[in-house]
Design a protein around this ligand. Structure first.
Ligand code: GLN
Length: 484
C-alpha cells in the first residue's frame, strides 16, 4: 500500500488498530520525498535522522498504550514556526543559522502527542508574498503544474501535502497564506479565529493578523489537527481564554437550513471565469443540500487590500527591527555599530521584505501616522463591522478563495501590486479576525485546482468544518491527485 497517499484520518486509524507502524508510514513518506522532492522543492530542511528517532519514540508510546491522534503521524512544519534545535529560517538569509532555543506552543502540543516532524517547509521570506517566489533560498513548484507557483506564503506546506510528501502540515496566515496556497494546490487550509491557536513561537510578521493553522488532505484531517492545536496559552497574550473544543463534533451532521451569504462585492471583474463558474456550482450544490443562499453586502471590501498593506507593513517594520546582527542570525562586518546594522540588514533581507519595512516605517512616521496608520485602523474597524452586520443575517459567507487558479512562475514577481491583488478575497478575513477555510471545489480546463472559501463567525470553526465536510462528501475533488 502507498501509505504516503493516505489522509491523517486514515493513517491514525490504522496506527490505532495496530495495522501499521509509524516507522512504515515514515519510510513510505521519505521514499516519496526522495522520488519527487527534486521537482517540487517543498522543503527547506529535511530531518530524516531526527524523524526516525521520533518514529521510535512514537512506537515506544504506542507499546506503552499511550496513543493519541497524532502519535506517529509525519507532519511538515512551515519554517516560521520555531522548533527547538532545528533550523528555522523563515526562508530568510538573515536567519540562515537560527536554531531556536525554544519550541512553539503548537509544535509542543504536537510533540506531546509524539508526532513525527519530517522537515521545515519553504515559504515567502517572513511570510511576505503569495507565490513562495520570495523565498531567500529557492522556489517551490505547484505539484499540479510544475511551471506554476504553489501560492504563498505557505507554498511549501501546501505543495508538500498535495504531493503526499507528508501526511499533513502547518502553515501560517496573515492575509491568506494558508488559504490561497491550499486553493492553488487543491488541499484544505484553515485559518482559525484570531486568538484560537497560540502564536507563541510563530516568528512575528504582523502580530494583529497572524494565525497558525492546518493544511490537510481533507476536512476531517483539519478538524483532527485543530483538536490538538487550539486552546488557551498563557504564553500568548492574545490567546482566547477558551477551553479546548472538539472540532469533529458536527462532522457528518445535516446542514439543512444553514444560511450562506454571498457577498455581491466579491464577484468582481478580473476574476477568472472558470473560478466564478466553479464557485457558483458549489453554491448550487450547497443549496441542493439544504442551505439557503442570501445575497449580502460587505461594503468596505474595496478598501481591504490598501488597509491590509498599511497595517501589515507597519507591524512588520516594527517586528523586523529585531534582526540587527547582534542577538542572532546573520552578522555582516561593518566599520562601526551603525555600519554593521546597515550591512546586516542590507545583505540579510530580500527585496520584498525591504520594500515592506520601508512602507511600514513611512506609514508610522511622524507626520504620516495619522494619514496612513491611524486611518487604516479606522477602516479596519469598518471592515470588521461589515462582517458583524453580515453575520446577523447569515451563518456563513461563501466566496472564491482567490480570483484565479495558480499563476505561472515569474508572471507577477515584477509587479507587486498584481501580486498583492491575489489576496483580495482572503485579506478582509484577517482584518476582521474571523475564521475561514479553503476547500477544493473543482478544476480549470488546464487541470488546476480551484478553491472555495467559507468564512464563519468568531470561534465557529466546528460549524465551518461541518459545512465543508458536507460539501466534500458530495464532491470528488479531494480525491484527485496530481500526476507527478
Ligand atoms: N500574501 C499576503 C502578503 O504578502 C499574505 C501573506 C500571509 O498571509 N502571510 O502579505
Amino acid at each position: 500500500m502507498e501509505l504516503h497517499k493516505l489522509t491523517l484520518t486514515e493513517v491514525a486509524k490504522m496506527i490505532h488498530k495496530g495495522e501499521i507502524r509509524p516507522h512504515e508510514v515514515l519510510i513510505d513518506v521519505f521514499k516519496r520525498i526522495q522520488e519527487i522532492e527534486a521537482k517540487v522543492r517543498a522543503y527547506l530542511t529535511l530531518i530524516p535522522d531526527k524523524a526516525y528517532d521520533m518514529a521510535r519514540d512514537a512506537e515506544d508510546a504506542i507499546f506503552r498504550g499511550k496513543k493519541d491522534i497524532l502519535t506517529g503521524i509525519p507532519i511538515a512544519v512551515k519554517d516560521n514556526i520555531c522548533t527547538k534545535g532545528i533550523l528555522t529560517t523563515c526562508a530568510s538569509k538573515i536567519l540562515y543559522n537560527f536554531y531556536p532555543p525554544y519550541e512553539s506552543t503548537v509544535t509542543s502540543k504536537l510533540l506531546k502527542q509524539k508526532y513525527i516532524l519530517t522537515g521545515k517547509t519553504n515559504m515567502d521570506e517572513f511570510a511576505m508574498g503569495s507565490s513562495t517566489e520570495n523565498s531567500g533560498y529557492h522556489i517551490t513548484r505547484n505539484p499540479w503544474d510544475l511551471e506554476r507557483v504553489p501560492g504563498g506564503s505557505s507554498g511549501g506546506s501546501a505543495a508538500a501535502v498535495a504531493a503526499d510528501e507528508c501526511i499533513a502540515a502547518l502553515g501560517s496566515d496573515t492575509g491568506g497564506s494558508i488559504r490561497q496556497p491550499a486553493s492553488f494546490c487543491g488541499v484544505v487550509g484553515l485559518k482559525p479565529t484570531y486568538g484560537r491557536v497560540s502564536r507563541f513561537g510563530l516568528v512575528a510578521f504582523a502580530s494583529s493578523l497572524d494565525q497558525i493553522g492546518p493544511i490537510t488532505k481533507c476536512v476531517s484531517d483539519s478538524a483532527l489537527m485543530m483538536n490538538v492545536m487550539a486552546g488557551f496559552d498563557p504564553l500568548d497574550s492574545t490567546s482566547a481564554p477558551l477551553d479546548s473544543a472538539d472540532f469533529t463534533e458536527f462532522l457528518g451532521q445535516d446542514i439543512k437550513g444553514f444560511k450562506i451569504g454571498i457577498p455581491k462585492e466579491y464577484f468582481i471583474a478580473g476574476m477568472e471565469e472558470e473560478v466564478e463558474e466553479a464557485v457558483k456550482q458549489a453554491i448550487h450544490l450547497l443549496e441542493s443540500l439544504g442551505c439557503i443562499p442570501i445575497e449580502i453586502s460587505l461594503p468596505h471590501t474595496e478598501y481591504a487590500v490598501a488597509t491590509y498593506y498599511i497595517v501589515a507593513t507597519s507591524e512588520a517594520s516594527s517586528n523586523l527591527a529585531r534582526y540587527d546582527g547582534v542577538k542572532y542570525g546573520l552578522r555582516s562586518r561593518g566599520e562601526d555599530l551603525l555600519d554593521m546594522y546597515m550591512k546586516t540588514r542590507s545583505e540579510g533581507f530580500g527585496q520584498e521584505v525591504k520594500r515592506r519595512i520601508m512602507l511600514g516605517t513611512y506609514c508610522l512616521s511622524a507626520g504620516y501616522y495619522e494619514a496612513y496608520y491611524k486611518k487604516a485602523l479606522q477602516v479596519r474597524t469598518l471592515i470588521k463591522k461589515d462582517f458583524e452586520e453580515a453575520f446577523k443575517k447569515v451563518d456563513f459567507i461563501i466566496t472564491p478563495t482567490a480570483p484565479t487558479a495558480a499563476f505561472k512562475i515569474g508572471e507577477k514577481i515584477d509587479d507587486p501590486l498584481q501580486m498583492y491583488l491575489s489576496d483580495i478575497f482572503t485579506i478582509s478575513v484577517n482584518l476582521a479576525g474571523v475564521p475561514a477555510i479553503s476547500i477544493p471545489c473543482g478544476f480549470t480546463q488546464n487541470g488546476l485546482p480551484i478553491g472555495l472559501q467559507i468564512i464563519g463567525k468568531n470561534f465557529d470553526e466546528a460549524r465551518i468544518l461541518q459545512l465543508s465536510y458536507a460539501y466534500e462528501q458530495a464532491t470528488p475533488w479531494h480525491k484527485m491527485k496530481p500526476n507527478l
